[in-house]
Design a protein around this ligand. Structure first.
Ligand SMILES: [Zn+2]
Length: 1018
């Protein structure tokens, strides 16, 4: 049940929301690219249709074919508009071909599409297109066209132009009877294998005779028997256009595979077919043909690519020599917008002027005049700098201009003269092969010049791409993987009318002209739209009235969104145009208007250079899509002077200060605030702004991480440096330590490496207050922190009266809870030998200064009978003074007291016998415990010596040298003097027993003998 419910829900989502989300917004359709500088249109490759494209271009550049096609009007073919009407007789193939040709001739696009045409063939998939070979396609296309033109005046179009007849003769050697058989052809297929070129192939086919003899006899109809006979073939009828298919693909019967013949196979530009013809008595011109198209196959026998070299018979294209082409492309790129290539290219301009001249040649001076009159440009002003003097320029382009011998007059070079010039005269290719049977070596001079009926340059039409080529380039297609596959010759006799020259509109029916004009207008419109869309940039205008200047940068007084106005403008427009547009937008603007480049920075909006120079293009001044522009009076915003430019960029710094215990959150040692400064601010000013009452500023030199190790102090001598010059950028951190915090750091080193790592905590417990008060806090400290700072912080943290500082001290608390001796206020944690994390007690009483000693003391050595007391005395106080203070403190009087140290087993030990010696001299240390003992010490110079009697062990041998033992004692006298009262003599003589014999008071200078005597006395 739930399953169904959820399924339903899910499908609902997937159908509506998800589905909608996936449909991508239809892309704005880019208009097709215009023709490039050749001014010829290519044909798009629809996927393996390059052979079709090559053939269609060949047909297009067969002016007689296209004109014959164009001559068929709607009354014969119907119209494409009617093609959907069921009863209309519409001949779609010729109509589509007409339209395609019109597009190729007139539509300003880089490449035309053949989709409509191939659909008219009934080819709807790429598969159907790929099935064909170009030679096969030629026949299919002709056949399709012929079929579709049945019943029209164009029914014989193909025949008229391409139909030829070959006649085969067999002559009986016996009765001389001639058997004749005619063959029609639309194209001639010639062998490639083992043949050096086209002429040799034709010679083999139409000159050489074949003999029937020996085993291979001919059955003569007249003789009715097998006879010897000769067989020959001749061309009986030559078509105006001779199509030659080369048998490049052969079958290798040994290997049982197809292969491509890549050997050299020459063909001439001009060919005389008379030797191959049946009736050789006509005028020479009847046999002369000239090459106008070469379809080239590139690749192997299973696939490859076709392109075609075509001679532009009617000079429809713009052909330039290679260098000029490159120059033109450069020029074109440089001024895409202007689209004025005509006046930019002097070759085209001068050619145009001369072409319009009636006289064959005009004086060079006059050409300059006409240039000025017709195009409004002076050679010297416009071209001389780049192209040199006019006369020189003409001389440098002999392929275009014909100068008179004295170089004073110039005209256009005739096309046939051009050919003569380009090709060196060679041997007559039409001569029969030499008698020795060696094939012609036509490689040497394969392209023999001949007078030609039509001019025109060669182009390489390779699907969408059309490139000019030199006639000589054809030779490259004689052999190899990329080589000629079909040749198209036209009869030299065929003349083109002068009005067809350079006129792509020639003979195109009116309705197609109209259609193309409309299509071009539409294309232009689309391109203009697309162009302005491509060049449109969105600018963000920030109006000064919506801004306030504070904290070092401009901030919108409302939201960002409300303070910004977007403006779309063509990037090619000028700054003046922009200013005008802004003025129009803000009709209430008064006074000066300054436009400044602006940039949103972390600190806020910052202004850069003012946009100056109204004649400059937006592109030129660096205004691009998305640029922020601030509109203001150029001086102030809301009364505040605004400093613009990179040198005043605001920088946002993270300013860190040491956090108190309750600030900064858990584990945070710092509080953080952001401050904005101009990057030109000096460190001195920065210092004064951030630490007005002294203190130091440190920068984090180890990057973004705020708690990283390397904090560096800005040195005094760096105070003239600026924020930028020391490399402080947005997001950089500086640490401010006030004078109080500086105890954390060792400033003299200038480098606070490991500073923050060592920072830690000490705990302070309040021993001054009542039980119920908050009594323990954590205080940050480093090993360099001074005790007084810890105390002050603790007092604050504990919320105690600050005056308490004067009458309190910090005392370490031992593991068992004992308050140890207070630490001098000026000691650091390190000096006080405090461990981080240890507990300190905040106690009443002044802490000793570093010259004072804190001492414990008690009366008598039994801690149970006498409480331990504390006292602070100057370390320079004498033993006597110290004793008196202690007696005072514990309420004793009299002078029958002396002080002893507490020994290591917590008993009264060594007496401080020198009453006048200072505690310091006697090495009394902070935290020592002294014991007040009853009894007077011996006077100065006297010792009170405990006497131990070393009695020889009864188990030991008698007769030991007693003197030696005494001497042993003697040796220890010095030691006794020092250690008297502190330690029992060690049982260094295990063979003896040690008995305490009591104390003897004796002068330090007394001799050992005297000591002995006195000893014996006790
Ligand atoms: Zn015969």
């Amino acid at each position: 049940m739930f399953g169904d419910l959820f399924d339903e829900d899910f499908s609902f989502i997937s159908n509506n929301h998800w589905g909608k989300g996936k449909t991508s917004k239809p892309r704005e359709c880019e208009p097709p690219a215009p023709r490039d500088f050749t001014n010829l249109s290519g044909i798009k490759n629809q996927g393996g249709t390059c052979y079709l494209n090559s053939l269609l271009q060949t047909l297009l550049f067969t002016p007689e074919f296209r004109e014959a096609l164009f001559s068929l009007g709607p009354e014969e073919l119907g119209t494409l508009d009617d093609s959907r009407k069921p009863d209309a007789k519409v001949r779609i193939i010729p109509l589509q071909l007409q339209r395609l040709f019109a597009q190729l001739l007139l539509l300003d696009q880089q490449a035309a599409s053949t989709t409509d045409l191939t659909e008219s063939f009934g080819w709807n998939s790429h598969e159907e297109m790929r099935q064909h070979d170009v030679q096969e396609l030629n026949r299919i296309l002709f056949s399709a066209l012929e079929t579709s033109l049945v019943g029209t005046s164009g029914h014989d179009l193909i025949n008229r132009l391409y139909h030829g007849i070959v006649v085969n003769h067999i002559v009986c050697k016996e009765c001389k009877n001639v058997s004749e058989r005619q063959e029609d052809f639309l194209d001639l297929t010639v062998a490639v294998k083992g043949v050096a070129g086209l002429e040799e192939a034709l010679w083999n086919m139409y000159v050489e005779e074949e003999y029937f003899e020996n085993d291979n006899l001919y059955r003569c109809g007249a003789c009715d028997k097998l006879v010897e006979a000769s067989k020959s073939a001749k061309l009986r009828k030559l078509p105006p256009f001779l199509t030659v298919s080369l048998l490049r693909f052969n079958f290798d019967f040994e290997k049982c595979e197809r292969y491509k013949e890549t050997s050299c196979y020459t063909f001439p530009l001009h060919i005389d077919l008379r030797p191959f013809c049946e009736q050789p008595e006509m005028d020479d011109s009847e046999y002369m043909y000239e090459l106008f198209s070469v379809i080239i196959h590139k690749g192997g026998c299973y696939g490859g690519h076709y392109h075609v070299y075509i001679r532009d018979v009617d000079e429809l294209g713009n052909w330039q020599l290679q260098e000029e082409e490159e120059k033109l492309i450069e020029d074109k790129a440089g001024r895409d917008a202007e689209n004025s290539k005509e006046t930019e290219n002097p070759l085209a301009v001068l050619k145009g002027i001369l072409a319009e001249e009636d006289s064959k040649q005009i004086p060079v001076d006059q050409l300059g005049q006409k240039l000025l009159e017709k195009k409004g440009v002076s050679w010297n002003k416009k071209y001389r700098k780049q192209y040199g003097a006019l006369r020189k320029y003409l001389q440098h382009h002999p392929q275009v201009f014909q100068l008179s011998p004295d170089a004073n007059k110039v005209g256009l070079k005739e096309a046939h003269e051009l050919l003569v010039e380009l090709d060196s005269p060679g041997q007559a290719l039409q001569s029969p092969p030499q008698s020795n049977g060696v094939p012609w070596n036509s490689e040497k001079n394969p392209l023999r010049p001949r007078a030609t009926s039509a001019g025109g340059h060669w182009f390489d039409l390779n699907d969408s791409k059309v490139q000019p080529i030199k006639e000589k380039d054809i030779e490259k297609q004689f052999q190899g993987k990329e080589s000629a596959y079909m040749l198209f010759y036209r009869k030299s006799q065929l003349k083109r009318p002068p009005e067809a020259r350079g006129n792509p509109r020639y003979q195109i029916p009116e309705h197609l002209l109209d259609e193309m004009n409309a299509a071009n207008t539409e294309l232009q419109k689309k391109r203009a739209e697309c162009d302005s869309a491509n060049n449109g940039i969105d600018l963000h205008l920030h109006l000064s009235s919506c801004y306030k200047f504070h904290n070092g940068a401009l901030h919108p007084s409302l939201s960002w969104k409300e303070s910004v106005v977007d403006l779309t403008i063509d990037r090619r427009k000028t700054l003046g145009d922009l200013r005008q547009a802004v003025f129009q937008m803000l009709d209430s603007w008064e006074g000066d208007m300054v436009l400044s480049l602006a940039k949103p920075l972390p600190a806020g909006l910052h202004l850069y250079q003012m946009l100056d120079g109204d004649e400059l293009s937006l592109d030129g001044v660096g205004v691009a899509d998305g640029t922020d522009i601030f509109v203001w009076n150029g001086k102030e915003v809301g009364g505040t002077r605004v400093l613009a430019g990179a040198e005043h960029e605001p920088v946002v710094l993270n300013v860190l200060r040491l956090a108190g215990h309750n600030e900064g959150g858990k584990g945070q040692h710092f509080t953080e605030a952001q401050h904005t400064f101009s990057c030109s601010t000096s460190l001195g000013d920065l210092h004064r702004a951030l630490a007005p009452s002294g203190g130091i500023v440190l920068r984090n030199s180890s990057g973004e991480e705020k708690e990283a190790k390397n904090w560096e102090v800005f040195h005094e001598e760096d105070m003239e440096e600026t924020i930028r010059s020391v490399g402080l950028r947005d997001g950089c951190s500086v640490l401010i330590l006030d004078s109080h915090d500086q105890s954390f750091v060792n400033i003299s080193s200038g480098n606070l490496t490991a500073f923050t790592c060592d920072i830690s905590w000490l705990q302070v417990k309040n021993f001054c207050g009542a039980e119920d008060e908050e009594n323990q806090v954590k205080i940050t400290a480093t090993i360099e922190t001074v005790m007084s700072d810890i105390k002050m912080k603790a007092i604050r943290e504990l919320h105690l009266e600050e005056e308490l500082a004067n009458e309190s001290c910090l005392r370490p608390v031992s593991g068992n809870g004992k308050l140890l001796s207070p630490v001098p206020e000026d000691y650091t944690v390190k000096e006080a030998e405090l461990k981080m994390g240890s507990l300190l007690g905040l106690c009443h009483g002044k802490a000793p200064t570093s010259t004072q000693l804190f001492l414990y003391f008690m009366v008598g050595s039994d801690p149970n009978s006498s409480p331990e007391m504390e006292i602070v005395v100057e370390e320079t106080a004498s033993v006597g003074e110290c004793l008196n203070l202690m007696l005072q403190k514990c309420g004793l009087s009299g002078d029958n007291w002396h002080l002893r140290r507490l020994d290591w087993c917590y008993e009264a030990g060594e007496a401080l016998s020198q009453e006048n010696a200072t505690l310091k001299e006697l090495n009394v240390c902070r935290g020592d415990t002294l014991v007040i003992m009853e009894g007077k010490l011996p006077e100065k110079g006297f010792l009170k010596i405990p006497i131990w009697w070393l009695r020889p062990s009864s188990r030991k041998k008698h007769g030991e040298n007693a003197q030696d033992q005494v001497n042993g004692l003697t040796c220890q006298m010095e030691a006794l003097q020092v250690s008297a009262g502190t330690a029992s003599p060690e049982a260094t003589h295990p063979a003896m027993e040690l008995c305490y014999a009591g104390r003897i008071e004796i002068a330090g200078e007394a001799s050992l003998e005297e000591l002995k005597l006195q000893e014996n006395g006790c």
